[in-house]
Design a protein around this ligand. Structure first.
Ligand SMILES: *Cc1c(COP(=O)(O)O)cnc(C)c1O
Length: 380
């Protein structure tokens, strides 16, 4: 065994007595030989920037998502930024998005000098409410950016219908939903541009930062390819402004190894989510996540809703069940967006009610039953 592998094994054993919130160690145990082989290949050829693994990964991801193009990016945030830039979003423009998300979604809009226009979400799916989008469109609206939260796609047929009526492009923030399906089509293939993240804890995660943009549009694909290398179309020739937004070759090598198992992990995630919901369904005061009939979720988070959250969190913590809150402060109430006065009742209520439970493809049925029994005890 290499020193690298031995070190990883030791870490895993230390964690064995605790319930992990996300179990990357078990996945690594399964995939380590392939990951090591792939990384060594990169160390051997030495093409750390835009090496052959990046193109190979892009080809496989495009085939997986069902799009014509995939463009590897340095992170999910870079992917969102490049998508907005390719669509020409800039100063004075408005982009309609959800306040119930990670800050990156709205941050990139502000970074470009545009204004995030926050529209409230559906209380069951926690995703953008298409009816409310219609009322928020103005002559300044340049894009709609729904998030497919917790691993479930937003309602793209209805969102695209509103967008089409006004001739506005739609960017899916699929950072949490890669692998999910909407009416049998994959996340990131459902709108003008789809963006995802390979942050280590996402459904398809690398061992560092990474992300990707997806599109069927040749012109947008070319623009995003240029944007990720400083707006360059050939060496030292820059027809547009871009930034350094490339996916590392070593991350592409890790992701190629992880992609071999991803299809299987997606099924496991969906099954594990369903198993949670079957057991949680009857518990008084706990609302399991609602997955629409036409969706399959990859459960980036398995997130329940509860009234008396603080006491439940404390009880779960005391009994060895790790939890997280996604997200405690809606974006329209973040100090960074101060001065924009909104009242978005559903998002504000969700921020006080949501609890994410341990979720990963290696969560055993016994551990899951144990977690649910502690949850039951917490509310009784
Ligand atoms: C993680 C995440 C991002 C950002 O992705 P990074 O790879 O961390 O930059 C953006 N949007 C959502 C909804 C996310 O969950």
């Amino acid at each position: 065994m290499t020193a690298f592998a031995a070190c990883q094994m030791k870490e895993m054993n230390l964690a064995e007595n605790n319930i992990p919130f996300i179990d990357l160690a078990s996945q690594q145990k399964q995939l380590l030989p392939q990951i090591e082989t792939n990384i060594k290949k990169v160390l051997c050829h030495g093409r750390y920037i835009m090496g052959p693994e990046v193109a190979e990964l892009e080809e496989r991801l495009a085939a997986f998502a069902g799009t014509k193009h995939c463009i590897g990016m340095g992170s999910g945030t870079d992917a969102l930024m490049a998508a907005l830039m390719a669509l020409g979003v800039g100063r004075g423009d408005e982009v309609i998005t959800t306040p119930f998300s990670f800050i990156a979604t709205a941050e990139v809009i502000s970074l470009l000098g545009a204004k995030p226009v926050f529209v409230d979400v559906n209380p069951h799916t926690c995703n953008l409410d298409p009816d409310l989008i219609r009322d928020a469109v103005t002559p300044k609206t340049r894009a709609i950016m729904p998030v497919s939260l917790y691993g479930q796609c937003a309602d793209f047929d209805r969102i695209n219908a509103v967008a089409d009526r006004h001739g506005i492009p739609v960017i899916e923030d699929g950072a949490q939903s890669f692998g999910a399906t909407y009416k049998s089509r994959r996340s990131c293939s459902l709108s003008t541009i789809g963006c995802t993240s390979f942050f280590p804890s996402k459904p398809l995660g690398g061992y560092g930062d990474g992300g990707a943009c997806f599109t069927d549009d040749d012109t947008l694909a070319k623009a995003m390819k240029e944007i990720r290398v400083h707006g360059q179309d050939r060496r030292y020739h820059h027809p547009r402004i871009g930034f350094n937004g490339r996916l590392d070759t070593i991350q592409a090598a890790v992701l190629l190894a992880k992609l071999d198992n991803f299809e299987d992990e997606v099924i496991k995630r969906s099954d594990i989510g369903r198993r949670y919901s079957d057991q949680i369904q009857g518990i008084q005061g706990i609302v399991p996540p609602v997955i629409e009939d036409w969706n399959t979720s990859v459960y980036a988070q398995y997130t329940i809703q509860a009234d008396n959250r603080e006491s439940i969190l404390a009880y779960l913590g005391q009994n060895g069940v790790p939890t997280a809150i996604h997200y405690p402060v809606p974006l329209h109430l973040q100090p960074a967006f101060e001065g924009r006065r909104y009242e978005l009742a559903v998002s504000e209520s969700l921020a006080k009610r949501v609890i994410s439970l341990p979720m990963h493809p290696f969560l055993g049925a016994d551990t899951q039953t144990h977690i649910v029994s502690i949850l039951k005890a917490a509310v009784s």
